[in-house]
Design a protein around this ligand. Sequence first.
Ligand SMILES: Cc1cc2nc3c(=O)[nH]c(=O)nc-3n(C[C@H](O)[C@H](O)[C@H](O)COP(=O)(O)OP(=O)(O)OC[C@H]3O[C@@H](n4cnc5c(N)ncnc54)[C@H](O)[C@@H]3O)c2cc1C
Length: 574
Amino acid sequence: MSYQAPLKDMRFVLNELAGLAEVAKLPGYQDATPDTVNAILEEASKFASEVLDPINFSGDREGSKYTDGEVRTPKGFQNAYKKFCEGGWNALPFEAEWGGQGLPRLVSTPVQEMWKSSNMSFSLCPLLTQGAIEALLLRGSDALKKAYLPNMVEGKWTGTMNLTEPQAGSDLALVRTKAERSADHYLISGQKIFITYGEHDLAENIVHLVLARTPDAPEGVKGISLFVVPKFIGNKRNSARCASIEHKLGIHASPTAVMVYDKAVGYLVGEENRGLETMFIMMNAARFAVGLEGVAIAERAFQRALAFAKERLQGRDLAGGGGAVPIIRHPDVRRMLMLMKSQAEAMRALAYTTAAALDFAHKTRDKAHQAFVDLMIPVVKGWCTETGIEVASLGVQVHGGMGFVEETGAAQYLRDARITTIYEGTTGIQAMDLVGRKIAREGGATAKAWIAELKKLDPQLSGHPEIRKALADGVKAVEECVDFIVGAKDPRVQFAGAVPFLKLMGIVAGGWQMARAALAAAKGTGDDSFDQAKIATVRFYADHVLVQAPGLRNTVVNGAAGVMALTEDQFLAA
Ligand SMILES: Cc1cc2nc3c(=O)[nH]c(=O)nc-3n(C[C@H](O)[C@H](O)[C@H](O)COP(=O)(O)OP(=O)(O)OC[C@H]3O[C@@H](n4cnc5c(N)ncnc54)[C@H](O)[C@@H]3O)c2cc1C
């Protein structure tokens, strides 16, 4: 069952919810006309279905292979990457100045969703390159930009992000890699682990962005600097080597490398000791992109489960008569499919709306848009990835035993999705960012402005009483939690409920977009069947997902006592 990009829903979200027409009026985005955007989506959809999807399952089976410092990607990856670059896809999100197409993020977002749905392992290579390009654009000197950006934007060279070390995962204050000054450059020494596409055979050169410390740097996060460490400098091999690749639960085709730097030549990006700042700006983009992986995997898992449910004959129709029927006739299977579909659509709507706000923030420097983006990034990252895993797991369930064996492909989505809540900051880290930095630190100002926005929708929903009630309850739950978080004196109490709060925010933010979707569909988009299905899907989301909000509110407000109650010895009462 090949991947079909959900073009109708993508266009609906772009036009009716995320405001593509308004984004296209921003300076520099005039090329994002409806015709151009349609053409891009059609072409991307073909590339995803015809080039990337066919090598997803085989790539998982074969995996990337390591021999003597070299990594061979699975069969078909080199050819696909060549076509990807020739088609200009790598350059899509970047400024024209560097050879990019200068399109808004709102347009590159559905395109990237397609890459992630059809082949998440493949999509990680351009994702990491994009992150490295953004760091150089933000803080690189003119000389660095000229030396690296054109080839990276074209895709001839790829990029990586080297943060993690054995003793420094979530806590980057513990980074130990050293950077010693030497004439116009630095000599980088140390070991990095888990480096996605740290070594591979897709491109001529690999540009590593490495966090390291200079000898006189202060302790902790204030002493970390960022360096460009290329695999090749001209024709000369730098001493940045891949020592091995990890054996993983999923994304087998994406090589995750242990990198060893032994006095490798590196060039400072920005100022000494300010590397983490640059990484953090970049991480916003990377966290958004990983959140989109949740949307994409949910969509792909849903499509496969739907196809299976239409074919698999089992059980009698409850309406009576006849022999075995396709399992899609059974209410419980329909419930699972609707959970998959409605959550994928809610997540897509939230992700694309956030992408539009990113475009507004980027072009207008408007503080309200940036504040909304900052509030929503941990939600998009944390909620979409956690939900993506749940949806992929439902996909296995719809398949029954055939989901648990590898042949149907349903299991691969679950295995691939499992990393998304871990890398780029675990869900726990996202939730602490949301609760601490984005809410408590500013007295809940942005969250309250957003809540006021949600309340404005209420009277418009009078024609949809069930949706209206579920959303109103959800908004009340968020409001009470924000007050609780802002008022809490003990950070342990704030953080004990941080992940349930993040889930609540996601469910309600998704519900907000779904309610707007129901209103747009009720007005009519010119496609009656789509409109009817959308309203029914929103009603399902309200009854099955949004209704969880009051329970989550109780967990956030009352749950800390239970979280902190046991001594460390009491956890296992042997
Ligand atoms: C396949 C894969 C690809 C990756 N790609 C890259 C890459 O390209 N570049 C890169 O630099 N890294 C990469 N990583 C590393 C990844 O970002 C880290 O694994 C991640 O940040 C978590 O760090 P850790 O594994 O050390 O877990 P730890 O930090 O040890 O966390 C373990 C658990 O403790 C929790 N925890 C930790 N600290 C706190 C805290 N203060 N409060 C509450 N809970 C906490 C975490 O949420 C988690 O549940 C990759 C990892 C994998 C597996």
